[in-house]
Design a protein around this ligand. Structure first.
Ligand SMILES: *Cc1c(COP(=O)(O)O)cnc(C)c1O
Length: 453
């Protein structure tokens, strides 16, 4: 498979080159030359295949010739000692993506990427330096994914005071090969600083730089796995029983779900979106042939993409702070990947946009806790409420799956005043004991270069 920049199709790179470079030198994002269809035998058995087999089959065509099959098989087993259950909550399906070590969906991309990098860099003696800007969850997932991986150093930039205390512990509490920088600015400032560092020639001479944002193609591709697995399951008329770390009220047994799943119906996914990496991976899964009817992109007030779907005008803007802070992105990077593959008209066929206010997000966290005994984190709540707004009272054709992108215990400060005490999954209890140690820098490119040079 060759990879091209979204801004020029002249020079194709290998997977290793695209992944290790991160951002294309012309400022574009790497995209595969084609989105490979699943072989018919795989496509027809997505509903019965094991999660690791789906992971293997999904990633394989993208890394063919560069990561041998047996290595890839080991890699996906090592990356995913957890999976993504599709559970019923009342009359809805929820795709729980928070059963990994940092309790958010970014574990799926980050854990594959860390292991892929370690394999692709085998035998090198200069350490690889990974620069990542985070609005909250990326940093924790990347830090956890790479922590202790030999030959790799990581610097995480996050907006000071705009991530939750727990996110800060995940990002800045590890130490070792993970350095944390608290930037006095917004997430967009962090992204600008990282982009600036990548285009600095002097720094490139000094260090082997790579990114780990959702702009990295090695993080994007594995996020297609859970869409394919969940769509396959729903198409086979099945879903999963809730697992240990599902955020049900412990005092109240989970009410039996009332979803009637009929075999042969493609699913619609409702995706809480910020930088649009998750949604783009869903679009890739659809194009590969997973039985998906379409998507709903639910955002907070940072509604650049819903506005684009409405008006046809793409107008990036500064981000605004909300209670779903991992989605506070006014200029979503992955828009460039979406529009590289899909025209506005093509997107409108498969994607609806909706935005949700903080007030409505708070209200739905309280309501769903009361009616279902289930806790939503603020991001998942945006998707739940977005679906209410898209089809009030009525239902869409076929099943609908809401992507639960984080465990509510990660945002206890917001959720608990609305919904009461949230059960804390084991993955998070030990993080709570860490002491964050970040270096504070102004939102200024020269400050970052000073730290790195
Ligand atoms: C990152 C994140 C999102 C947004 O995902 P994108 O791929 O940036 O659209 C949503 N919810 C949570 C909890 C996140 O961490």
């Amino acid at each position: 498979m060759r990879y091209y920049s979204t801004r020029s199709k002249s020079q194709g790179l290998s997977f290793a080159q695209a992944a290790l470079t991160g951002l294309a030198p012309d400022g574009g994002l790497f995209v595969p030359e084609l989105i490979p269809p699943y072989p018919a035998a795989v496509q027809s058995s997505l509903g019965t295949m094991d999660f690791h087999d789906i992971a293997f089959e999904t990633i394989k065509p993208y890394v063919q010739g560069e990561i041998p099959d047996p290595v890839l098989a080991d890699l996906v087993h090592a990356a995913y000692p957890f999976s993504a259950p599709l559970v019923q909550v009342g009359d809805r399906l929820v795709l729980e993506l928070f059963h990994g070590p940092t309790a958010a969906f970014k574990d799926f991309g980050a854990r594959f990427m860390a292991r892929a990098f370690a394999y692709l860099r085998r035998g090198e003696d200069r350490p690889l330096h990974i620069l990542v800007a985070t609005s909250g969850d990326t940093g924790g997932a990347v830090a956890a994914g790479f922590h202790g991986v030999a030959g790799i150093e990581v610097t995480v930039l996050y907006p000071k005071g705009r991530v939750s205390p727990l996110q800060e512990q995940q990002i800045a509490g590890l130490g070792g090969n993970i350095q944390a920088l608290a930037v006095e600015g917004t997430f967009d400032d962090c992204q600008r600083l990282v982009k600036g560092a990548f285009s600095n020639q002097a720094l490139h001479k000094k260090r082997s730089l790579s990114s780990a944002n959702s702009i990295n193609i090695a993080r994007l591709i594995p996020q297609s796995i859970y869409y394919a697995a969940a769509a396959g399951k729903a198409f086979a008329g099945k879903c999963d029983t809730p697992q240990g770390a599902s955020p049900w009220d412990e005092r109240k047994p989970a009410a039996p779900g009332t979803v009637s799943l009929k075999p042969g119906e493609p699913i619609t996914f409702c995706v809480p979106s910020g930088n649009f990496g998750n949604l783009t991976a869903g679009l890739y899964a659809l194009k590969m042939g997973a039985p998906i009817r379409g998507f709903i992109a639910a955002t907070n007030i940072n509604k650049t993409v819903p506005d684009y779907l409405d008006s046809g005008l793409y107008q990036p803007r500064p981000s605004q702070a909300t209670i779903s802070n991992a989605m506070d992105v006014g200029a979503p990077s992955n828009f460039e990947r979406m529009s590289d593959q899909w025209s506005l008209e093509a997107l409108r066929q498969i994607l609806q946009g909706v935005y949700v206010s903080d007030e409505a997000t708070r209200r739905i966290i309280r309501d769903v806790r009361q009616s279902q005994g289930y806790f939503l984190d603020p991001h998942t709540a945006v998707a739940w409420q977005g679906l209410n707004q898209i089809c009030p009272g009525a239902s869409l054709p076929g099943p609908v799956g809401i992507l639960a992108t984080a465990h509510p215990a990660k945002f206890a400060g917001i959720v608990e005043p609305l919904a009461g005490p949230v059960p804390v999954p084991e993955s998070l209890t030990h993080v709570l004991e860490r002491k964050p140690r970040a270096r504070i820098i102004p939102a200024d490119s020269s400050a970052l270069l000073e730290v790195l040079c």
